[in-house]
Design a binder for this molecule. Structure first.
Ligand code: MFK
Length: 620
């Protein structure tokens, strides 16, 4: 063969430039080292190249091997855990057939729209051709299809129709879970729409928001509205109470004009919004802090010439991900909705809903990347066998799978609790659990989604880094999940606040619910039961010690506490829902990191100055 190749090199090189065009660069050295032999016929060349196994490169120019792509199949049928969970709790045929049909639609139609949203991002047209300011946010046709689809499929409506009683939220969120990774981020406006409907419902559906409520929760595409949640200002992303500068000036007709600058307004093409502002008194003074904030409802409308009324769009944000969706800086005017000074408490209902949606999207992102990686492992071979036959690769996928299952079960349990509360079935324990677990599930799944999706991309090798595979977008969009709707630290502190405000009742409810009662009848499960219950005891011990320390101690422990709450609670599901071997994988985690770190003195008073010395690289 090597003699043949030498002959080939000598004869072919320089004889015909045409042959060399398209030969991969790695073969170029063969040419440069070769001697030309004029007069050679093309068929001879071809014969020699074929003998050397290179003909496909000379003809097709890129070789004959093409890797099969990972295939998205019906995400409902592909998800045994989701189907098993629903079979257990919501065994209605109507729900199954709807989810199955929707899964088919997602795989065959919606996923392409999602991709189109990514490659045709929104743009802002400030002026019409004659110089008038119009501030049009131009979105892709696919983005508009998503809106119609959302109405038709009842992606918000299901939560308010409550056809499945206390399980209606689980059903709605199952649908969103299937939809989310293919939605082109349309789940963002849907989360806020759902949150706005919830706020309006909790305040009481009456004029002027009754029409808005019916539009937010309709299944008719031509009536359907989406809502914004315009909270963030330049000074106030997390610290909304101090950072909100927008003022509400009372008008003679009882309405208000809002003057302010909203720094991040997601899905700015919404039809209405809920937002916060400080009401001015007659002297123009406002009340500072959280107590000075009221909640406002505003419809986004245009005048006859197409100009936005009372709103100027400064610019669209240039973001790492979520590029499918317009995020803008703007100002607006509106009508008062909440009691004066109850803005944060009133919008908290919206935060609960959007944080649950966020968690659903996080679990869904993990599920999607695992589904694709699992499929790819059957199509891609390396080192002589398919990836699925490499034990280390399968171990990696198993670790991703167990994270995904844990996230799914945690999220669905919070949806279950929400459904119980909304259908009047919730016990006091359920209500406490819902308050505590909402920030916990949001912060935990948001972080895990980034880790799992990043790991998932690696399982496609270099292709996972290539834009038009659609895979990098999964990672970019996952990164926002731990940022918006409350960062990990802000939510960890929310956990502490709700523990303190309930005088520890939320924690008591948690321990009561999470404890696995009685010895398991299946002896093989005994170690798992023991692991969860002893982690719970460690958690209780931590709380007892922490209660005797200065407040700064708990603040430093807040993140680890939230992680412990998430991991122990998920461990409890492992026993009932998972096969035992997945519990072994779950226990690769420290179930109660807050106790482990407490024992190591990580929250001692000396820690903050030491941390500052470390971060700023200054000796203490
Ligand atoms: C795919 C999913 C897409 C999701 C959509 C994404 C769209 C993106 C839009 C955004 O990102 S909008 C910006 C989101 N911003 C935040 O999430 C703010 C993060 N900061 C916090 O959450 C702060 O903790 C908070 C602003 C709430 C702190 O404000 P305060 O004024 O210091 O709150 P405080 O004093 O703790 O609570 C005031 C009242 O609200 C209290 O009620 P009472 O007066 O009756 O006692 C609290 O109990 C209540 N409250 C606060 N947080 C609550 C809550 N109630 C229930 N749940 C909560 N989480």
């Amino acid at each position: 063969m090597s003699a043949c190749l030498t002959l080939l090199n000598r004869r072919v090189a320089g004889s015909c430039c045409r042959v060399w065009r398209g030969v991969p660069r790695q073969l170029a050295h063969i040419r440069s080292a070769s001697v030309a032999e004029p007069g050679m016929r093309r068929s001879d060349e071809e014969h020699l190249w074929e003998a050397a196994g290179y003909l496909p490169f000379s003809r097709a120019k890129i070789g004959s091997f093409f890797q099969e792509r990972p295939v998205l199949k019906n995400p409902f049928l592909e998800d045994a855990l989701l189907r098993g969970y629903l079979r257990r709790h919501l065994p209605q045929e109507a729900a199954f057939s709807d989810l199955c049909a929707f899964g088919e639609r997602v795989a065959n139609e919606v996923d392409d729209w999602g991709r189109e949203c990514e490659v045709t991002p929104p743009r802002l047209v400030h002026f019409d051709p004659w110089g008038r300011r119009v501030d049009h946010i131009v979105t892709s046709p696919a983005w508009k299809h998503m809106k119609d689809l959302s109405a038709q499929e009842g992606l918000v409506a299901i939560g308010y129709e409550r056809s499945f009683g206390e399980w209606s939220r689980v059903y709605q969120m199952s649908k969103l879970y299937i939809f989310s990774p293919s939605s082109g981020l349309y789940t963002c406006p849907l989360a806020m729409t759902d949150g706005a409907a919830k706020v309006i419902q909790s305040i009481g559906v009456s004029w002027p928001t009754d029409e808005a409520y019916s539009r937010l929760t309709t299944r008719q595409p031509d009536r359907f509205w989406t809502s914004g949640q315009w909270m963030t200002e330049r000074q106030g992303g997390s610290d909304v109470g101090s950072g909100t500068e927008t003022v509400a000036v009372p008008q003679t007709d009882g309405s208000y004009k809002l003057h302010g600058f909203k720094w991040f307004t997601s899905a700015t093409d919404a039809d209405m919004t809920l937002t916060l502002a400080r009401i001015q008194d007659r002297t123009g003074a406002t009340t500072p802090g959280s107590r000075g904030l009221s909640l406002f409802y505003a419809e986004v409308s245009r005048d006859e010439e197409g100009r936005l009324k009372g709103i100027e769009v400064q610019r669209l944000k240039d973001k790492l991900g979520t590029r499918q969706m317009p995020t803008a800086e703007l100002l607006l005017d509106g009508l008062q909705l909440s009691e004066e000074g109850r803005g944060v408490a009133s919008i908290a209902n919206m935060l609960t809903i959007t944080r649950i949606h966020n968690s659903v999207s996080a679990a869904a992102a993990m599920r999607r990347v695992v589904q694709l990686a699992r499929d790819y492992a059957t199509r891609r071979s390396a080192f002589g066998k398919p990836l699925k036959d490499h034990p280390l690769h399968i171990q990696t996928l198993a670790r991703m799978e167990v994270e995904t299952r844990g996230a799914f079960l945690l999220v669905m349990d919070v949806c279950r609790l929400l459904g119980r509360e909304e259908s009047g079935m919730a016990t006091q324990l359920d209500t406490h659990l819902l308050r505590l677990l909402t920030p916990v599930v949001k912060l935990y799944t948001g972080k895990q989604a980034v880790a799992v999706v990043s790991e998932g991309l690696e399982s496609f090798g270099g292709q996972g880094y290539i834009e038009d595979t659609g895979l990098p977008g999964l990672l970019r969009d996952a990164q926002v999940l731990s940022i918006w709707e409350g960062t990990t630290n802000v939510l960890s502190l929310d956990v502490l606040r709700c523990v303190a405000r309930s005088s520890g009742m939320v924690l008591h409810a948690y321990v009561t619910h999470a404890k696995v009662q009685g010895a398991s009848s299946v002896s093989s499960l005994a170690p798992a039961v023991k692991a969860v219950n002893s982690a719970l005891s460690e958690l209780e011990d931590f709380v007892q010690v922490a209660a005797t320390r200065a407040p700064g101690y708990l603040e430093l422990a807040a993140r680890d506490l939230a992680y412990s709450l998430a991991r122990i609670y998920t461990g409890r599901f492992c026993i009932h829902v998972f096969p035992l071997y997945s519990f072994i994988r779950w226990c690769e985690h420290d179930l109660c990191p807050v106790a482990t770190k407490q024992a190591r003195g990580c929250y001692d008073p000396s820690t903050p100055p030491l941390d500052a010395a470390l971060v700023y690289d200054r000796p203490v």
